[in-house]
Design a protein around this ligand. Structure first.
Ligand code: UDP
Length: 455
């Protein structure tokens, strides 16, 4: 393959393009910081609606390349949405690469979100290396790979699924795009397409670590040039190799860290239940009521992230009536909160970032998966890694108050909770080990950087 010649005076310059969602931006930006800390020059291309605090974050450059909102018609029609993303990003990405070439500051490699596989053609057109970045773990990827290969046919015919290398899944453990493919045809296609051109890429970068999914990682390495680089979380919570790296640095919402942390400081060790459903999931009215009822009557303090748009679903006067016991926030610095000693358990929707952040910090989880990859992450949390319990939903998809209470008690008070905490500590150590000097993810990142530096 032809490569762009770089003058010796240039540091190898890499362009990172995340998909425009918080759960994709966070791990990408974190990976970008790691590359920069090892000597690469890194630019992260964003859309203009996400505002960085500054145009440089830990020495990576942030460059808004387009205004997606201006063009995107229907956020809820996945096919139409991603068709639009492709049109807008293709043009903006091409212009960005050309702009940098013309100003004598060219890129040598494009790292793009794996759900945007058409980026590879753009990278190759400019003679750049191309590497998809998977923001989800191997366990999730494998399911969509089987779908793409036609080895798992959907709609599913059976009520459980056994696939090589994966635990046995009941329907409720599978990504909703697979278990309920009729409702999400566009998303199933999007996720399966991640695997449509991997034979042509230069690397496959995955936000996981070898000891977390050893068999799958080694199987995938036999198929593609895989490099596990995770957990892609701010360094100060794990290996501490990147100085002052405490937050991702790019957020759609401004976290009110001071209020959360000040409040947590007043609470005893492991007395607080922290609940967050991530950046996208929305609980229905009845579900919010069940959750609110339970938290109000629980023995524990609670810190609950309810995004502004969701607040109208809270029972009336809930905030005022629970002021002694609870704090409701729009958005928190999630890692700082998880790392606070007052937090005893994390009630989570099990988005992969929230999950891997809790694993990295060693916080036991009560999982309440809603959709997408969350049910499968929850299955791994409970049955494979043993770091939490899953709160079971009823036939309407609602987790009832008794179930929430039972699970929180299990984690905070019971014998099983001790076991979970012990496991959580073990995974935390392994996560740190992977990122630390000599660890698998650290070595993979160094190899990747060394290859680009040699150009
Ligand atoms: N997050 C945060 N503050 C909050 C809630 C979430 O900073 O109050 C971050 C969280 O740390 C994670 C991301 O938002 O990095 C959410 O990604 P995830 O994959 O967990 O879920 P998604 O939002 O994609 O469903």
């Amino acid at each position: 393959m032809e490569r762009k010649e770089l003058a010796n005076s240039h540091r190898a310059h890499v362009l990172v393009l995340p998909h425009n969602a918080q759960g994709h931006i966070n791990p990408s930006i974190q990976f970008a910081k790691r590359l920069a800390s090892k000597g690469l020059k890194v630019t992260v291309a964003t859309t203009i609606d996400i505002k960085p605090n500054q145009t440089e974050i830990n020495s990576i450059r942030v460059e808004p390349i387009c205004n997606l909102d201006e063009h995107v018609a229907d956020l809820y029609d996945t096919k139409a949405y991603f068709g639009c993303v492709q049109t807008v990003f293709s043009r903006a990405l091409t212009e960005c690469i050309e702009r940098h070439e013309n100003s004598g500051d060219p890129f040598c490699c494009l790292i793009y979100d794996s759900i945007l596989p058409w980026c590879l053609d753009i990278a190759k057109r400019f003679g750049l290396y191309g590497a998809p970045f998977f923001t989800q773990p191997c366990g999730i990827g494998t399911i969509f790979y089987y779908v793409q290969k036609g080895e798992l046919s959907v709609p599913l015919e059976d009520s459980s699924v056994s696939l090589p290398g994966l635990p046995k899944f009941e329907l409720s453990d599978l990504p909703s795009f697979v278990s309920d493919s009729v409702s999400y045809p566009g998303s199933l296609e999007l996720l399966s397409n991640q695997f449509s051109n991997l034979e042509k890429v230069d690397w496959v970068l995955i936000n996981t670590f070898e000891t977390l999914e050893p068999e799958l990682v080694s199987w995938m390495k036999g198929l593609w040039p895989v490099k596990t680089i995770g957990p892609s979380v701010p360094s100060m919570y794990v290996d501490k190799l990147i100085k002052d790296d405490k937050n991702y640095g790019l957020s759609f919402w401004a976290p009110d860290g001071a209020t959360c942390l000040k409040w947590l400081d007043t609470k005893p060790t492991r007395s607080v239940v922290y609940a967050s459903m991530g950046s996208i999931a929305e609980l229905g009215l009845e579900h919010m009521e069940e959750m609110a009822w339970r938290l109000r009557r629980s023995n524990n303090y609670f810190l609950w992230v309810v995004r502004e748009a969701e607040k109208k679903k809270l029972p009336s006067n809930f905030i005022e009536e629970t002021i002694e016991k609870g704090l409701i926030m729009n958005w928190c610095p999630l890692l700082e909160v998880l790392a606070h000693e007052a937090v005893g358990c994390f009630v989570t929707h099990c988005g992969w970032n929230s999950t891997v952040e809790a694993l990295s910090i060693g916080v036991p989880m009560v999982t309440m998966p809603q959709w997408a990859d969350q049910p499968t992450n929850a299955k791994y949390v409970e049955d494979v890694w043993g770091v939490g319990v899953r709160a079971k939903a009823d036939e309407k998809g609602i987790v009832r108050r008794e179930e929430i209470e039972l699970c929180i008690r299990e984690v905070m008070e019971r014998e099983r909770g001790k076991e979970i905490r012990k496991n959580a500590g073990k995974w935390r150590e392994l996560a740190i080990e992977a990122l630390d000097v000599g660890g698998s993810s650290n070595n993979n990142i160094e190899d990747f950087v060394a290859t680009l530096m040699k150009m």
